[in-house]
Design a protein around this ligand. Sequence first.
Ligand code: CA
Length: 326
Amino acid sequence: MNADKHPIVIAHRGASGYLPEHTLAAKALAHAMGADFLEQDVVLSRDGVAIVLHDIHLDSTTDVAQRFPGRARSDGRFYAIDFDLHEIRQLRLHERTHISGEHCGNAVYPLRFPAAHALFHIPTLQEEIEMLAGLDRSRDCRTGLYIELKSPNWHRKQGLDLAAAVLAVLDTTGYSERPGQVFLQCFDDRTLQQLKQALKTPLPMIQLIGENGWGEDSAVDYEFLRTPAGLDYIAGYAQGIGPHLPHIYLGKSASGEARLSPLVEHAQARGLAVHPYTFRRDELPAGIASFEELLDIFVCMAGVDGLFTDFPDIVVDYLRRAGAAA
Ligand code: CA
């Protein structure tokens, strides 16, 4: 690890290991824990308001099915884009639960905040940014935004332009010209190119890399993106990549050594920062004995430039100790 420039800590959906994801409470906690950037996943309401929500659906984290029965589509799901903001404001938000299968109704992460306590609400993007800016002032610090545009092509098919809506909020809140304080991330390459080339934002772009089988809202081939030619392509419009942990950590050798892919080296050689997701204390990859070991592999061995984590306090503390030892 480079002692001058420690990897950035990105609070994944806020301090979501401790409070329900994308609540203002989880964001305030992450701010207090010293995260460098706080993540916002953004979708649009029916009246075109940018709200902070991970899914295009409302049913995994809110009481929408009880409050608005009969408003599901034919697939049984409740879509944020079918509700106006004043309706979304009536929903109570809780820890993420399974909505089908044998664990239906149970918390996805059983040791986290009790899912039965629906104490929270969905914030708009503008409200969240205003709270963070306020905390930056009252705590005399500078925290960054790390905004993901969720399913932009799907939004367009529903008649709404997500990229334009996000940029409008950044304009309103004074963040649209702060390239050191805002990242824009997306699984769709075309959307990032549109932001840069057509909408001419100066903000840095992060190309998220998933698996082709996940059904992400993009025609791009993620296996290609991880190749040297794919990274050359990304370097034409983005400043970094957000790969999945298994794209870098390949498991252990017979002698117990961590095996790494060349992805970090290949990306950094092209000037691309590498911010993998997601570092969770309660969901360790196979063969990893502790959260500390996971961080050792990615920070000390792989040399990543940032980490998306549900547990920002632990990563901040780890990096502080690693920096002190360097
Ligand atoms: Ca995200």
